[in-house]
Design a protein around this ligand. Sequence first.
Ligand SMILES: Nc1ncnc2c1ncn2[C@@H]1O[C@H](COP(=O)(O)OP(=O)(O)OP(=O)(O)O)[C@@H](O)[C@H]1O
Ligand SMILES: [Mg+2]
Length: 460
Amino acid sequence: MFLIIDDDLAVRTSLKLLLKQAGYPAQAVATPTEALAVVREAPPRLVLMDMNFSLATTGADGLALLRQVKQLAPQVPVILITGWGSISLAVEGMKAGAAEFVTKPWHNDALLQTIGTVLSLYEAAPADADTPAASRRQLDKQYRFTDIIGQDAQLLQVLRNVGQVAATDASVLIEGDSGTGKELIAEAIHRNSQRRNQPFVKVNLGGISSSLFESEMFGHRRGAFTDAKADRVGRFELANGGTIFLDEIGELELASQVKLLRVLQDRTYEVLGDSKTRRLDIRVIAATNRNLAEMVAQGRFREDLFYRINLITVRLPALRERPADIPLLTQHFVDQLRATYQRPALKVSTQALHWLREQPLPGNIRELKNLVERAVLVSGKDELGPEDFQANAQRLPVRAPAPGELPTPGTMTLDELEAQMIRQSLAHYDGNISRVAKALGLSRGALYRRFEKHGIPYEQ
Ligand SMILES: Nc1ncnc2c1ncn2[C@@H]1O[C@H](COP(=O)(O)OP(=O)(O)OP(=O)(O)O)[C@@H](O)[C@H]1O
Ligand SMILES: [Mg+2]
């Protein structure tokens, strides 16, 4: 049984009808006293409560009621209904334990979707704390985590959470240092969701200035502003029906944050130059390498937006927190390179794996991947030892070479310099021959001849 708390008879009646049609029997009450009596007698499956349930109140009574409900029945999810103007109240409510909030006037579909999401989260089988961590293999039987390597307990916990929430429509915030695999996790959530055959659209919010935000995200009609020479489809429209991945959300300027909040809140938007309101059916995944809670405290990130996107938070461990995964990841990258460069004999020595395990790797998995790639390309050997990685590890702080700086005369021949430049360019362009040739001002043929001359391995 659901419990509806609202002092407005019309609201009670329409909500009750909506829920009944959706297959959720509900009971509706008008006052906190009645509500508490119901909760005490038999905790409802879900509570839907209006925060401003009496015109005479400021919402403080709503908050007090919420706290009492959570005290009596902490396991019962509570969805708050607030006016658009009182989102700060909703945020207070989230802190006090509410599961979600919707703003008035609500859209029936969106409300039902929210209810479905909240129920699936609250009623998902809880992970059994007593059993030992389910092995990676067990997880792989349930979900598709193909490209995600690792068996560290923290990572497995992340994957377990990801698997559980993927099927819901809940917004997920992925936190983690740079290079920890945030994008990979975002893709995994989409791939394991009902929306897997719908679009997955990635947007780097750090790259969108506030003056272009609306046109980028919502699209524009030709002539909507001076530079609008043609119609443009916005990212939200591209992602409609699927998932939008809001990367680097911590970089978003405050002026854009409010616009984003609006659309995430109402699931409606307008294309610039077109007054028709469009509805969105979208799953939101956001990622950041910043500490958003801290940014909220400093007033640099809107608190209401924070609560809108972090229904579920996934924190990716830094690589140094999971050193046991370093050898596994290294092997994985070497396997990939063996196939890419068609070098069946390529492998890493055990000593090298031990050495890598001890490295700080502040750039995390991306740094490890680049390091392995550089070592393979530059050493040209079939079995890589610690020295091959040492030679290519970027020691911090890296001194930027002065422009035009060359090795001291007498330390290197022209041939050696040429070979070194080619190797560096290969590493820089991830082995992309066309780009290396272009950067060096050579034809591909001339570049291949130099590979032969210097004995540099390359991809056919
Ligand atoms: N668990 C993993 N197994 C295999 N490869 C991984 C794993 N995690 C990350 N990678 C690889 O490391 C690189 C960086 O990952 P990704 O782009 O997802 O990181 P990120 O957290 O989004 O980084 P940034 O904050 O710099 O954008 C990618 O090439 C990705 O494929
Ligand atoms: Mg990223």
